[in-house]
Write a protein that binds this ligand. Structure first.
Ligand code: EUG
Length: 583
């Protein structure tokens, strides 16, 4: 399949593309492949990885036992050549966007449960045979490790392949309940089929798991953009194999039904524990409820700013608008270089030099685009009826107009192929593919996110931006900043695009990440999420009170997972058996 220009569709595969995007997916695949110099796959250069401290015999015995529990066809040993594929045909065997050697972050086997009971059986098996397991929903956590297990040689539990149902859509409550294998593409299509006037909230690309993204605390761009904040209810398999429901789900419904308020009230009674099941290794989430937004009027817009150092004024203009909740969604502030990247043309279209893409070349290149000579672009959307949208817009316009030379655009002011039309869709809950165009920037392109949080204050945002810019310069990478505005803070996302075939680039990308994490932490800034190979470093920056947070997490980990079988090391949380110091 991956060699042809065919693309799996939702009708044939749970992780496929909806028909409405089929042609776009084919051409996206075609463009990405035309820039590929790496072979489809190569014979493995190293023996297949085994779980840590496990002999081949013990592993074989464990796999035989697992096959007996689940059936031969639902267990696959990872000993064949690795295939990176592409976005819509991604692997579950390793990180397709490898930043170490391709064969480094790999699993020993993949297992495919079909039910919560199967997941419980797998967890019990892992405890019996002392095999580390690593659950993935769909494996599209790209830029943060993809499908790869944190501890090489773990057995990946691929939840999505057989657990991909939208279990419930409640039109009155405007909510749904999904399994791990439901992508944004799929949820959107399922809701369209019902005819209900409900929106989903999706990230920049729509192939990821709704559940997986939310428990990694991912972000989207409608008013419901904080995915974890808009979840309601979870079902979780604990590392012991026991089953837990959170929120109102903990109260049994009448006659064995699910609780009728499970997707209506998040916290229920007693401590609110849902948070500890995000970005963790304390349990495997098998069901999750989400609030859906009632469809409404919407108007996207773009504001451009001419000067690099308008940055401070932009940030300080955004803050009061965000705090007063006048900004309707999670808007993005991007650097002008992204206007080049989202055209889908390779870097060499504008610049063939090595090192960081020079400022003057960005200026010169964007000046030939419809937006003209700019430095920053703000993409926002307002919601509601025409009257309220127009009053919000006039206030927003007048605030930004105080920045000399800024320009306000509606989608109708821009050509049909301008990126803003993709923003219009994402910001009204329609999952798209367009953002993938970034990956044509370089041959064999992969990407990695550096994702610090900055207060929405010019001084702090400037500090972070300067660190990131200086270090991108030093390590020779183009800088792609996207600031996602939540309110009092912004997620500053620097997308590092590198060539997977170039060992030097990979090593520089690692050097850049390591140094940015340290330099940001020295100034008091930390990441909200990171690629798994940097998880230890990032978690150690959260060291206040002699590492109180890390110790707290270890106490919970050891209590819930005494054998340390579930995703050891995920987000820097290591079970007792793997810790270097046995305090
Ligand atoms: C983006 C945003 C994220 C993230 C990774 C990528 C956007 C890229 C706000 O969170 O974690 C354009």
């Amino acid at each position: 399949m991956e060699n042809s220009l065919d693309v799996p569709t939702l009708a044939s595969k749970y992780s496929g593309i909806p028909d409405r995007l089929y042609n776009e997916a084919v051409s996206s695949k075609e463009r990405t492949q035309s820039l590929k110099t790496l072979p489809h796959s190569r014979p493995r250069g190293h023996p297949a990885k085994l779980p840590l401290d496990t002999s081949q015999d013990d592993f074989d015995a464990a796999i035989t036992a697992l096959r007996k529990i689940l059936g031969d066809d639902r267990v696959e040993v990872n000993d064949k050549p690795l295939v990176d594929g592409w976005y819509m045909e991604h692997p579950n065997t390793h990180d397709a966007y490898h930043i170490l050697d391709q064969e480094e972050m790999v699993c020993s086997a993949v297992v495919y449960p079909s039910s919560t009971m199967d997941v419980q059986a797998i967890v019990k098996w892992a405890n019996e045979f002392h095999i580390p397991v690593y659950p993935i929903s769909m494996g599209r956590n790209l830029g943060y490790g993809g499908a790869a297990p944190n501890l090489p040689g773990s057995v990946v539990i691929d939840l999505g392949r057989n657990m991909n149902k939208v279990l419930r859509i409640d039109g009155d409550n405007a909510s749904c309940m999904v399994e791990p294998g439901v992508s944004y593409f799929k949820l959107y299509e399922e809701i369209q089929k019902t005819g209900l006037p409900l929106w989903i909230d999706c990230p920049d690309v729509g192939g990821g798991s709704v559940l997986g993204n939310a428990i990694d605390r991912g972000v989207g761009y409608t008013p419901y953009g904080d995915h974890f904040a808009n979840h309601c209810g979870m079902e979780i398999v604990l590392p012991s194999g026991e089953l837990l429901r959170t929120g109102m789900g903990a109260l049994p419904g009448k006659d064995g039904e699910d609780n009728p308020t499970w997707e209506s009230f998040q916290h229920a009674f007693g401590p609110s524990i849902d948070g500890i099941f995000s970005q963790c290794n304390f349990g495997i989430v098998t069901k999750m409820g989400f609030w859906l937004m009632p469809a409404t009027g919407h108007q996207s817009y773009m504001i451009t700013f001419p000067r690099e150092d308008d940055f401070e004024k932009i940030v300080d203009t955004i803050r009061p608008l965000a705090l007063k909740r006048i900004l309707g969604n999670i808007p993005q502030l991007r650097h002008a270089i992204q206007e080049l990247a989202v055209t889908g043309k390779p870097r060499t279209e504008w610049y063939t030099g090595s090192g960081m893409f020079p400022r003057e070349v960005i200026r010169e290149s964007v000046s030939k685009l419809p937006v003209g000579e700019i430095s920053w672009v703000f993409y926002g959307t307002q919601y509601g009826d025409d009257a309220s949208i127009s009053s919000q817009l006039s206030f927003i316009k007048s605030e930004f107009a105080k920045i000399p030379g800024s320009k306000f655009y509606l989608p109708s002011d821009l050509p049909k192929d301008h990126y803003i039309h993709s923003r219009v869709e994402v910001c009204s809950g329609v999952p798209v593919l367009r953002e993938l165009d970034w990956l044509n920037w370089k041959p064999n392109a992969a990407h990695l996110f550096f994702s610090p949080i900055t207060p929405t204050k010019s001084k702090d945002a400037r500090t972070i931006h300067d660190i990131i810019e200086r270090l991108h310069q030093k390590w020779g990478f183009d800088l792609f900043p996207t600031l996602c505005v939540a309110g009092r803070e912004m997620h500053y996302i620097a997308n590092i695009v590198y060539d997977r075939a170039d060992e030097d680039e990979k090593s520089r990308a690692r050097g850049l990440m390591t140094e940015m994490i340290d330099a940001a932490a020295k100034e008091g800034f930390g990441e909200y999420r990171t690629h798994l190979i940097f998880a230890d470093q990032v978690s150690q920056t959260y060291s206040w009170g002699n590492g109180a947070l890390g110790k707290f997490n270890e106490i919970i980990k050891d209590a819930l997972d005494p054998n340390g079988i579930l995703a050891p090391g995920r987000n820097g949380i290591w079970p007792k058996k793997y810790r270097k110091t046995n305090e």
